[in-house]
Design a protein around this ligand. Sequence first.
Ligand code: DHB
Ligand code: FE
Length: 279
Amino acid sequence: MANIIGSIYTSHVPAIGGAIAKGLQAAPYWKPFFDAFPPVRNWLADARPDVAVIVYNDHGLNFFLDKMPTFAVGAAPEYRNADEGWGIPQVAPFKGDEDLSWHLVESLVAAEFDIVTCQEMSVDHAFSLPMALLWPDQRWPVRVVPVCINTVLFPLPSATRCWKLGQAIGQAVRNWDSDDRVVVMGTGGLSHQLEGQRAGHINQPYDLRFLDSLRDDPSWVTRQSINDIVKEVGTQGIELLNWLVARAAMAGAAKEVHRTYHIPISNTAAAVLALEPLH
Ligand code: DHB
Ligand code: FE
């Protein structure tokens, strides 16, 4: 049976890709953000995952506003990054894990989640940048399974629904007939809003409470309505649903391996968190 060895959470601002391309990691603006990653990379080097299940939201590269699945799972042999118009270089293709993908797809449908199965799927900055932050040589040592959550277009799934999806993903991974070591990732957030009257909205107290909750009381956010969470964290801050799904997949008590919280990167409260199961 496969083993979930931990979970990693990070923001996914496109400007990070620009900073990587220009080698700005040590520049004063960027250093506090990039300094979060060496401890997480060290943990990964010890943890040696074979597969990464990456929970993120697509921003119009693979799904546009005309067709927006609430939940979608990749089942492709390979996933390519493509130009989204941010002007950031594309990264090397990612090798899929078709066996785990199909096991997840079958398990989730059996658990009554009406997911969209994607045998072809391009992956945007929300997928590629967290990978490039964790493996800066961009020689991906893990096979990947993308899981997409609609955090973009109302109506959004409730936090409770996302929690249940994450639980079902975790259960499926643990039932997968494999000795592989699986890391679960959640990308996006924390608080930010890119448009409208509240553009620039940041809510540090809520973000810090959410980070604590992932360690200590991970279903905390499920006690709030989706509109209340959007009010707290902004229309893009709701990407924290991706983190919630990943945390529910890594069930049980957690130990914090590393945490960084830094305001702002572009318009976003940028956070990095790594948790491992507390056995
Ligand atoms: C920004 C943040 C995001 O999550 C995103 O997908 C795009 C842009 C930003 O802060 O610039
Ligand atoms: Fe985003």
